[in-house]
Write a protein that binds this ligand. Structure first.
Ligand code: CO8
Length: 373
């Protein structure tokens, strides 16, 4: 079995920032107008009044202060409440391939690799903007990569699950190097008229290059000691949008087809599962909790991360032990733990170990234990 390393990583963030305050103002204006327009039905008990949102609640309940948006235009417009992303012609680069390339080029550069060194491209994220041809194959063409490209959808665990596939391919010898990209274009699936979830998500793209240890020339690299993935069915986080909508005679853009969740249940059920998964994972590679210098955890909610870290460590984590990027990026689906890894790894010493871990819809939990070389 080949030894596998992470030799490059890339992070791209959009130019546009949407603050909590901006989101709350537009949501509250939309909700107030709805309540005024439906005052009679609300008074008669036929409709429910839309409750107002608050920035204080958002920051306290989630740790989120702002998020990036690929396209900001339209999100805050009370007559629209969704981004206005222009449709591109079929002979133009697709939006998701564009943002995938932005992070992929950085990761390749850091790894000191070109497209010709890569044998496989995995674009893995919560949604792809079309069914086929795969976004990964479009990226493959742009980067002049031979071999294979395919898309994977595993919601919040898309990045870690794809990294496991990449690890397996390189370890088994079916690829020399693999490029894993997470172009998380979440804003088109957010229901900006739902108070409980309008603040949760942001757009971003991350990429990671994995290769055989004996081909790695990058100044900073991480040996992968172990990978683990796990799924347990739950209806608590759902998006029902899909290709069957056309045949179902329902509005394809109705509320049930957008992201929705039972956030409290997710919180309660996923935290213990994630902590248990992590303990089993480090044990499987012969490490104890005190051997792990950094926990790059999924970024859905700061209270969730603190609870999981507390279960692992038996105390509150120091900020550098389990870094938080939620305040700046919000929940970026599968990219969250990779952003934390990209932004908080350079101070580690050779021999230091860390764990990348995601958890979310499915439920799905994925993790990798890495050691700095
Ligand atoms: N403003 C003001 N008040 C609010 C707001 C708001 N925006 N929202 C809720 N409240 C109120 C509630 O009505 C409630 O009031 P009351 O006590 O009177 O009933 C009170 O605040 C508390 O509400 P909650 O119990 O819902 O609040 P929580 O403390 O549980 O926080 C969270 C809500 C932040 C959603 C929290 O439960 C959470 O983060 N849970 C974890 C969720 C999670 O991790 N989900 C994973 C989602 S991502 C994923 O898996 C992949 C999806 C793929 C990407 C999708 C892209 C679109």
């Amino acid at each position: 079995m080949n030894q596998v390393v992470i030799s490059g990583m890339g992070l791209w963030k959009p130019r546009h920032v949407v603050t909590n305050q901006e989101l709350v103002e537009s949501y509250n204006a939309w909700a107030s107008r709805y309540n005024d327009e439906h005052a009679k039905e609300i008074a008669a008990g036929e409709l429910t009044e839309k409750p107002l949102s608050s920035s204080e609640f958002i920051e306290k309940a989630s740790g989120i202060r702002q998020r990036y948006a690929y396209v900001k235009e339209g999100i805050l417009d009370v007559n629209r409440m969704r981004p206005h992303i222009p449709r591109r012609r079929e002979d133009e680069l697709s939006h998701q391939a564009e943002i995938a390339l932005n992070s992929a080029r950085v990761a390749l550069d850091r790894a000191g690799k070109t497209g010709r060194d890569i044998d496989m491209v995995i674009v893995s994220c919560a949604y792809t903007e079309r069914s086929y041809p795969a976004i990964a194959i479009e990226v493959q063409k742009e980067l002049d990569i031979r071999g294979t490209g395919f898309d994977m959808l595993v919601a919040c665990s898309a990045a870690t699950f794809a990294l496991q596939r990449a690890f397996d391919a390189i370890a088994a010898g079916s690829a020399r190097a693999v490029l894993v990209i997470n172009p998380e274009l979440t804003s088109p699936q957010v229901n900006y008229t739902d108070r409980d979830s309008h603040f949760i998500f942001g757009d971003v793209s991350t990429a990671v290059v994995l290769e055989r240890a004996d081909t790695c020339t990058a100044p900073q690299s991480y040996e992968i000691l172990g990978t683990r993935s796990q799924t347990v069915f739950s209806n608590n986080i759902r998006s029902n949008f899909g290709y069957v909508a056309y045949a179902q005679d329902v509005d394809p853009f109705c509320e049930e087809n957008l992201f929705h969740q039972n956030g409290r249940s997710v919180f309660k059920e996923v935290c213990p599962m994630a902590a248990e998964h992590l303990l089993a994972q480090i044990d499987a590679v012969g490490l104890g909790v005190s051997d792990v210098r950094r926990w790059w955890l999924h970024q859905a909610n700061i209270n969730m991360n603190q609870l999981i870290a507390r279960r692992l460590l038996g105390r509150d984590p120091a900020p550098e032990e389990a870094p938080i990027v939620l305040d700046e990026f919000a929940n970026t689906a599968s990219a969250g733990s990779i952003i934390a890894f990209c932004l908080h790894h350079e101070d580690l010493e050779p021999g230091d170990c860390g764990v990348i871990c995601s958890f979310g819809a499915g439920y799905s939990i994925g993790s990798l234990v890495v050691r700095k070389r």
